[in-house]
Design a protein around this ligand. Structure first.
Ligand code: DNO
Length: 392
């Protein structure tokens, strides 16, 4: 696999030199200054690419070109936005970047309830706590019908928790959940979120899946012509939130995406941390099943609890058997290369703990510390080299 690093552009606290020093050879980045739905101009893509190249790195993956809400809901100006999306794919392909990561999560992109969950070694991790989430949804946001989306046990605990939260805790919880995380799309306040949720009143799981399929039918042929591979990122977390449909969460979901438009340009971002938070997702068999269409890999580990809560653990210590997963990914990569692809799959250490000199630094993007990711990358490279070496 090719070792890459997510870079948030020239304003990132981590410089391109830092990325080289951490041991990556590729960069994963996006033009966050372009408003969602607008065309990415060749000039801007070119400028970013030149910057990366002049630092001795390669722009391996665009993460992400966000999909506009109108496309997801097939409302408003969705046809226009699809045309713009196609043009962005062409422009990205014309600069020679061959992989685009995107997602189809409704309203919120990835979300957590706690951005500084303290681990036994006193570093900090991101956590999703189901009871906190239910507390917010049912008692703070007071979404219509929210209670029916949770078990009696969770509701009872949420009912207790709301009494333990002071105003400041409640606001922090709200901000963590809905104000948007790095690279994520949606950033809302309470009334903005409620208003967005109402746009999904008439969209159930089946119709949302159809919307995704129709989007793929429009863009995949353009990606093929442009020499670009589209890699859909799974839902994070991979289950419904706020009663919204999520359609990129399981092996069946991924299969339906690949089957609706079979193409060397229609593929997935295999995110072990997202997919791994469902106990019923068998990651190794997913890699075996979808290997030929895994165009990008995020490696991250988790510890989950039976009620759906989880936190992000060290890259090698958690419920994902990371060594076996890396081995399976390398096996698939070799198989593809023997079949003539001759391409390494870009991999990035996904998230890292906040630790060492970065603890307490408010400028660190949650999940995107330098030290934590460097530790993750070093560990994952070690595993990867050991496996490649052993198998020749
Ligand atoms: C979180 C990330 C997400 C992801 C996008 C993909 O760390 O994995 O921001 O990149 O949702 O489109």
């Amino acid at each position: 696999m090719k070792e890459t690093w997510r870079w948030f552009g020239p304003d990132d606290t981590v410089s391109l030199d830092n990325i080289l020093q951490a041991g990556a050879s590729g960069v994963v980045t996006a033009l966050d200054h372009i408003e969602t739905g607008q065309i990415w101009p060749i000039k801007d893509i070119d400028e970013r690419n030149t910057l990366i190249k002049s630092a001795g790195l390669e722009w391996s993956v665009v993460e992400s070109v966000p999909v506009h809400h109108d496309i997801k809901t097939r409302s408003g100006s969705f046809q226009n936005y699809i045309e713009n999306y196609k043009q962005s794919i062409r422009n990205i392909g014309s600069v020679g970047i061959s992989t685009i990561c995107y997602n189809f999560m409704p309203i919120l992109d990835w979300t957590r309830t706690d951005l500084s969950f303290s681990l036994p070694n006193r570093s900090q991790a991101l956590r999703f706590d189901m009871i906190d989430f239910a507390t917010y949804d049912v008692f703070i946001l007071q979404r219509d019908g929210a209670a029916k989306d949770y078990s009696e046990e969770i509701l009872a605990k949420a009912g207790d928790r709301i009494h333990d939260l002071n105003d400041e805790d409640a606001l922090r919880l709200e901000k963590n959940i809905i104000a948007g995380l790095p690279g994520g799309e949606g950033s809302y306040d309470r009334s903005g979120l409620s208003q967005m949720l109402s746009t999904f009143d008439m969209i159930d799981r089946d119709s949302y899946q159809t919307n995704l399929h129709e989007f793929l039918e429009s863009i995949i042929p353009v990606a093929e012509e442009s020499g670009v591979r589209m890699a859909i990122h799974p839902d994070d977390p991979p289950f419904s939130l706020f009663g919204l449909p999520r359609v990129v969460s399981t092996a069946d979901d991924l299969k339906s995406i690949l089957d609706v438009f079979p193409s060397p340009s229609n593929g997935i971002t295999f995110c072990s941390g997202s997919l791994g938070t469902r106990a019923d997702n068998d990651l190794l068999s997913m890699v075996r099943e979808f290997g030929a269409n895994i165009f990008f890999v995020h490696l991250r580990n988790i510890i989950r609890q039976p009620n759906g809560s989880f936190h992000e653990s060290e890259h090698l210590n958690g419920m994902v058997d990371m060594v076996s997963l890396v081995k399976e990914l390398i096996t698939q990569e070799r198989k593809q290369n023997r079949a003539g692809k001759k391409q390494l799959i870009p991999m990035r250490p996904d998230h890292g703990h906040t630790m060492a000199s970065e603890l307490g630094n408010r400028n660190i993007r949650p999940g995107y510390s330098f030290c934590g990711r460097m530790k993750g990358l070093a560990e994952l490279r070690g595993v990867s080299r050991a496996i490649s070496g052993v198998d020749g």
